[in-house]
Design a binder for this molecule. Structure first.
Ligand code: TYD
Ligand code: MG
Length: 462
């Protein structure tokens, strides 16, 4: 007789341990270790591997017939880009985000677009009744008849139905509501969430049906239940946004079929999510004109240049230790830049509070934001605005030197497209792209931050 193994789980991070303890040794959470329920494992016939039907035994690379990776467009440019060019057949995509952010809406819109082109799509909801889904769908618009809906939580039943219908794409909303009756634990438990995901992965691969799985996140931002969920799927999408604004940003944190640098920007409206094809305009909306402490920066999100506003408020401190905050960017980097300014330009910032903010809800941590942050702080400190229609980008080193950044030319082009005429950047970048800049755009190449004129009149610099 085999000895029965008792396992314990952390309900926060999903770590397994052989014995109970008050604190999880993996994530440090208290009172989250629970005994794993005894599970009767029943092997599902035909769903026990990720082999596509008909394949057997090990083979050499030459013998494998590489199917051309078929990409199905979602009808939304922003979503296609984040997925790496569309939906890949037989892939499992986890769409996660806070409750109410718009995951169901996004996937419903995608389903509607795909069905509208004649492909079969199955939308399975374990959260809403069919009539609730209808109400939502009515806000979005007419749906073609080959988009089928099902309210179901039993995974075996879902599989049966899907095999009968054979859709091109299946959406399962959400992983936390689904259950496999072979496992005794409740839906949403670590064991269920893990087994459901593994089940869907096998299903997607064997049947070559693309599956989108919705997963809610916990308050600390990780996908609820085991973090290991992310290792199991092909692609993990995060849908994020401020509950106070209507803008939503979609990013891929993992993608076996594309880059993880791309973002998609959407706006939630009365008729669902609308794509924001020009995010720079939205990031700069409402920006003050000719104010001290406000600088426009060009940052890259994947292959896409986006203009953002960097703000700095510098005021006399009332504390022994000056207050520093950084919203939307790296706090330590801001502190470092303040130190560089103090040492290399002689700005006495140690007696000042400094509040730095990247407006628009985007979080930017790339080094090209150094120069804009530094200029915003300097402008706020001197209480003098930068000349109109000026943007900046560039990395700043510890001696105050300016360093080249990636994709300087695309950054300059995006700035020019939005009407900016003066671009402050590293001299090295300036020389590299000088011959290709759009007409009417003036480049100000700096070698060191000491070259920044006192009154910001860059005209005299070069
Ligand atoms: P939903 O897709 O249900 O979020 P999730 O599945 O991530 O939990 O989105 C719900 C929110 O979106 C809800 O607060 C209402 C809002 N909404 C709109 O503003 N317009 C719309 O057309 C739709 C369908 C939803
Ligand atoms: Mg939902």
């Amino acid at each position: 007789m085999s000895k029965e193994k008792i396992l314990f789980f952390c309900t926060e991070c999903g770590a397994e341990t052989p014995k109970w303890s008050g604190q999880c040794t993996s994530c440090g959470a208290w009172n989250t270790i629970v005994e794993a329920p005894k599970e009767r494992k029943i092997k599902q016939p035909g769903v026990s591997s990720i082999r596509t039907r008909g394949e057997a035994g090990p083979v050499s690379l030459r013998e494998i017939t590489a199917r051309e990776e078929a990409r199905l467009t979602t009808g939304m440019e922003e979503l296609d880009r984040v997925l790496g060019g569309g939906v890949v057949d037989g892939s499992l995509v986890l769409a996660s985000g806070d409750p109410g952010i718009g995951k169901s809406t996004l996937l419903l819109q995608m389903a509607r677009n795909i069905a509208g082109r004649g492909e079969k799509v199955l939308y399975v909801s374990g959260e809403e009744s069919l009539s609730q889904i209808k109400l939502r769908a009515m806000r979005i618009g007419e749906c073609a008849d080959n988009l089928l809906f099902m309210a179901e939580t039993d995974m075996n039943e879902i599989r049966e139905q899907a095999l009968a219908i054979r859709p091109k794409v299946m959406i399962v909303d959400s992983v936390q509501t689904m259950f496999l009756p072979e496992f005794e634990s409740a839906p949403g438990s670590v064991a269920q969430v893990r087994e459901n995901t593994a089940f869907l992965m096998r299903f997607a691969k064997t049947e070559n049906i693309a599956v989108f799985l919705v997963g809610h996140v916990t308050k600390d931002g990780s996908v609820a239940g085991p973090k290991m969920l992310e290792h199991m799927v092909d692609t993990v999408l995060y849908f994020e946004g401020d509950s106070t604004t209507t803008y939503r940003i979609l990013r891929a944190v993992k993608n076996r079929f594309g880059s993880t640098n791309e973002i998609g920007v959407f706006e939630m409206g009365a008729a669902g999510l609308a794509e924001v094809l020009n995010p720079s305009e939205h990031m700069l909306r409402g920006m003050p004109e000719a104010e001290a402490g406000s600088v426009v920066a060009v940052t890259m999100e994947g292959t896409r240049p986006i203009l953002v506003e960097v703000q700095a408020l510098i005021s006399q401190t009332n504390f022994n230790l000056p207050r520093r905050t950084a919203a939307g960017t790296d706090f330590n980097r801001v502190n470092l830049l303040l130190a560089v300014l103090e040492k290399r330009v002689g700005a006495s910032l140690s007696g000042c509070d400094a509040y730095v903010n990247v407006a628009g809800g985007l979080r930017v941590t790339e080094p090209a934001l150094d120069l804009p942050i530094l200029l915003a702080v300097l402008s706020g400190y001197r209480n003098r605005p930068l000349p109109e229609h000026t943007v900046a980008f560039g990395e700043v080193g510890l001696t105050g030197e300016l360093r080249a950044v990636s994709q300087a030319l695309s950054r300059v082009r995006e700035a020019a497209k939005l009407g900016y005429r003066t671009i402050v950047l590293a001299a090295a970048d300036c020389e590299k792209i000088r011959d290709d800049v759009p007409k009417g755009v003036r480049l100000i190449g700096l070698r060191n931050i000491r070259e920044i004129p006192k009154d910001f009149s860059f005209d005299q610099t070069r």
